[in-house]
Unconditional design. Structure first.
Length: 133
């Protein structure tokens, strides 16, 4: 009998300011040191949009405005299947204080590949490089 694959639903914020995009470096866990768009798991009864607002508030003490869903990603990690919705966001208030991440950078479209992204984020990076937001 096939093993049931755990599906993890995640919402991530592509936070924009002028021509830059906010990237965070994981400070914990299996992928520590790799870069990602901040966000996290969608809790039961919560929409992905609500989840990304809550996660950014918890991780960065910042309030964001959530725009359109820019990308949906399905990616198979060794221990689970990730389903991630990435939203274009802007800062409403707050200073993006790093509470869970070890580092953060504002990257231009040209410098997006200057950091090592989590595998699931690589396709989003390719799309961001080629699209006007």
């Amino acid at each position: 009998m096939a093993k049931e694959v755990k599906v993890v639903e995640v919402a991530a914020a592509i936070i924009q300011k002028e021509d830059k995009i906010f990237a965070t470096r994981r400070g914990y866990g299996e992928f520590k040191g790799m870069w990602e768009f901040p966000g996290g798991k969608v809790e039961p009864g919560e929409s992905p949009e609500e989840a990304v607002v809550r996660e950014i508030r918890e991780e960065l003490e910042t309030e964001i405005l959530v725009g359109r869903c820019f990308a949906e990603v399905d990616y198979d990690y060794p221990d689970f299947h990730l389903h991630m919705k990435c939203y274009l966001c802007s800062i409403k208030s707050g200073d993006l204080k790093l509470l869970e991440h070890s580092e953060a950078r504002w990257l231009t479209r040209e410098s997006l590949e200057s950091v090592e992204w989590l595998p699931a984020d690589v396709g989003v990076i390719e799309r961001l490089k080629g699209e006007r937001l």
